[in-house]
Design a protein around this ligand. Structure first.
Ligand SMILES: [Zn+2]
Length: 432
């Protein structure tokens, strides 16, 4: 186009190499820290910045940060910490390009969460855990969450974004309706004499959360299907806070960001935990992870942002000149808007909606592999996730993706389609 060079061809290999180099330059620096005060010892974290993926043309890395807040023991939290990443990666073909892998992540998170829950329940432990699982690849942040450990993002311009769901029955009417429709009961603890106390809980079991991993002694309608949100940060960067409910019971998101402004992540995490304890005391495990995603080589703390413009607003088009940017020609040509862009958001508990064929990469997946547990099946053996759907949206029951019989049984149980007391107890269908 407007290049002043002579018309001489650049070999494709050189172009590709340049692209790889550009990609590397453009990757943000990720600096993180965590802090925790234990009460029951049921909070666990997973922090890994050099996770590798081998897409065929070299190795690429991404980061994973996760928080697991266990209840009724720590077995589910520990099991999930040890297995979830592998189960998510197992649901994504290794040869995908970066764009394909980013697009595949939301569905892989669903498969990985459900497989982890199913595998754990087969071990017949009775504990459960919340999960907030954050994958950062370049400037793209993907979060899968069940329970009430929140992940919030503040962009460099000072806007706060909620990247996780709140699956507390008390605050989530949609989930209360889902559980009631699946055969569960939602109500408060009966303290005798008709007095009801405490938050809304699900019965049987008495859990305050509508989604978790584990909890085999609670109804199957407490599902492990995660809410997934995917956003792309502008190159001005931002700060992520992942905390267990011990923090959010005491601090608003503004208080959390404000109390540690200008501090490096490890000090910031410590400060947030300290502030939370000052408000409420140590009533529960209180854990905080702070992650700064900053332009490369800009290792000073984020500059204090301008006055807040509001929160939770996507596509807020504010363009301004980057201060510390030595943009290359290519950067200018493909410059991106300086806002947080929402790429994906879905919170449905229905596997037929979460493992959909509208998925852009359905053809890349082997047809005869279970979409949840990745078990290879013989042709005709798999059961369509749309089988038995009341509103199949033009899809035939013979359309994929497919589930093995064991994962199909789990799906039906989660949707309340298996009558209770039919002898098929929650841990008996995992015979493969
Ligand atoms: Zn399966």
């Amino acid at each position: 186009m407007s290049t002043k060079n002579e018309h001489h061809m650049v070999p494709l290999a050189v172009l590709l190499k340049r692209e790889v180099v550009n990609e590397k330059i453009k990757k943000p620096d990720i600096i993180y820290g965590q802090a925790s005060q234990r009460k029951k010892g049921e909070d666990f974290t997973f922090l890994k910045t050099e996770c590798q993926r081998v897409p065929g043309d070299g190795v690429t890395t991404f980061s994973v940060f996760a928080l697991f807040d266990g209840h009724n023991g720590s077995a589910a939290a520990i099991y999930t910490k040890e297995n979830l990443l592998n189960n998510v990666l197992g649901a994504i073909p290794s040869y995908l390009s970066r764009d394909e892998w980013i697009a595949a992540l939301p569905r892989a998170l669903v498969s990985g969460f459900v497989k982890t829950d199913k595998d754990f329940q087969e071990k017949a432990h009775t504990s459960g855990t919340t999960v907030t699982f954050v994958v950062i690849d370049g400037w793209v942040i993907t979060v899968g969450s069940v329970g009430d450990s929140c992940c919030i993002l503040e962009s460099a311009e000072g806007i706060v974004y909620y990247l996780s769901a709140d699956h507390r029955l008390e605050s989530n009417e949609e989930e209360r309706e889902r559980i009631t429709a699946s055969g569960g009961e939602v109500g408060r603890l009966n303290a005798g004499g008709g007095t009801e106390i405490g938050p809304l809980r699900c019965w049987p079991g008495g859990l305050c959360l509508s989604r978790s991993i584990g909890d085999m002694d609670v109804g199957e309608f407490i599902v492990p299907v995660p809410y997934v949100k995917q956003v792309k940060l502008p190159t001005s960067g931002g700060r992520l806070i992942i905390s267990s409910d011990g923090v959010w019971d005491a601090l608003s998101s503004e208080m959390a960001f404000d109390c540690c402004r200008g501090m490096p992540p490890d000090a910031a995490a410590g400060q947030i935990v300290k502030e939370a304890l000052q408000v409420k005391g140590l009533r529960d495990d209180t854990t905080c992870i702070v992650i700064d995603i900053v332009p490369p080589e800009k290792l000073t703390p984020l500059v204090p942002p301008p006055k807040k413009q509001g929160k939770g607003v996507f596509f807020k088009f504010m363009f301004w000149q980057k201060s510390s940017e030595s943009s290359s020609h290519a950067d200018k040509e493909y410059s991106e808007p300086d806002v947080v862009e929402e790429i994906f958001e879905e919170g449905s508990a229905m596997l037929s909606e979460r493992l959909d064929t509208e998925y852009p990469l359905c053809n890349l997946f082997k047809l005869f592999v279970c979409a949840v547990c990745q078990l290879e099946m013989r042709p005709g053996e798999g059961i369509s996730v749309h089988a038995g759907a009341s509103n199949p949206r033009k899809l035939r029951p013979s359309d994929g993706p497919f589930l093995c019989s064991s994962c199909q049984a789990k799906k039906e149980a989660m949707e309340g389609k298996r009558p209770s007391g039919d002898g098929a107890s929650r841990n008996s269908y995992g015979s493969d």
